[in-house]
Write a protein that binds this ligand. Structure first.
Ligand SMILES: O=C(CO)[C@H](O)[C@H](O)COP(=O)(O)O
Ligand SMILES: [Fe+2]
Length: 227
C-alpha cells in the first residue's frame, strides 16, 4: 500500500511581504502540505524566519504545516514551533549530537517527528531512530537556499531509504530542485512527499495551481495512479 502523495510548496520561494495571501493561494491551488523552511545563519549560510512566521501563517490554511528546521541547536525551539502550529517538525541529523532525544521531544509535544539528511550524509545516520520518526526528508540540494539544481545522487538515496523503511508508516520526502521533470523518477524511487519552491512559485499567482498539478501528475503517473 503506497503512502498518500503530498505536494508541499516551500514558502521560501513566496513573496515574504505577502505570506498570508501566498499561503492561501497555494492552498487553493491544490497544495497538500505547506513547507516552511527555518534557517538560522549558523547551521546553514542563510537566515529565513522563525516561529512567529509559523504562527502568522497558521490561520491562513488548514493544510499540514511541514516545518523544516535548518537550525542548530534545534531542541530549545521545538516547543515554540509546536505551539505556533507546526504539524510536522523536522530536524537535521547533522544539527546536534542527540538526534534520538530531539525526535522523542517532538513526539512528546504531540507532533509528527521528521529527520532530514544533507546530501553528504549517509542513510546509516538514521538506522537507530526509524522507530521514532514519522518522516524522513532527503535533501537533494545543500540546504540554505531555494532555486538550486537537483543533486542526482539523491535518487539512489531515496530508493535505499525506502527499502530501510519497509512497511513502517513513514513519509519519505525530497527537498531541493524538485520539478515536474524529476518528480516521476522520485516517486518511482519511493518518495511520496515532494517539496517544491521555485517550481511552484513561478509565473505569478495564476500559475500556482498548474505548477502544482504538473508535479502531481508526473508523480501520479510514476505511481501508477494515472494512465
Ligand atoms: O529546504 C530548502 C532549502 O534548504 C527548500 O525547501 C528548498 O530549497 C526548496 O526550494 P527549491 O524547490 O527552489 O529548490
Ligand atoms: Fe526545505
Amino acid at each position: 500500500m503506497q503512502r498518500a502523495l503530498a505536494i508541499a510548496p516551500s514558502i521560501l520561494a513566496a513573496d515574504f511581504a505577502r505570506f498570508g495571501e501566498e499561503v492561501r493561494a497555494i492552498d487553493a491551488g491544490g497544495a497538500d502540505w505547506v513547507h516552511v523552511d527555518v534557517m538560522d545563519g549558523h547551521f546553514v549560510p542563510n537566515i529565513s524566519f522563525g516561529p512567529q512566521v509559523v504562527r502568522a501563517i497558521r490561520p491562513h490554511t488548514k493544510k499540514v504545516l511541514d516545518v523544516h528546521l535548518m537550525i542548530a541547536p534545534a531542541d530549545p525551539y521545538l516547543a515554540e514551533f509546536a505551539a505556533a502550529g507546526a504539524d510536522i517538525i523536522t530536524v537535521h541529523a547533522e544539527a546536534g549530537p542527540h538526534l534520538h532525544r530531539s525526535l522523542q521531544a517532538i513526539r512528546a509535544l504531540g507532533k509528527k517527528a521528521g529527520v532530514s539528511l544533507n546530501p553528504g550524509t549517509p542513510e546509516s545516520a538514521i538506522d537507530y531512530v526509524l522507530d521514532l520518526v514519522d518522516l524522513v526528508l532527503v535533501m537533494s540540494v545543500n540546504p540554505g537556499f531555494g532555486g538550486q539544481a537537483f543533486i542526482p545522487s539523491a535518487l539512489d538515496k531515496v530508493a535505499r531509504i525506502k527499502a530501510m523503511i519497509g512497511d513502517r508508516p513513514i513519509d519519505l520526502e525530497v527537498d531541493g530542485g524538485v520539478t515536474a521533470d524529476n518528480a516521476g523518477a522520485l516517486a518511482k524511487a519511493g518518495a511520496n512527499a515532494l517539496v517544491a519552491g521555485s517550481a511552484v512559485f513561478k509565473g505569478g499567482e495564476s500559475a500556482y495551481a498548474g505548477n502544482i498539478a504538473a508535479i502531481r501528475s508526473a508523480a501520479e503517473r510514476a505511481r501508477g495512479e494515472l494512465v
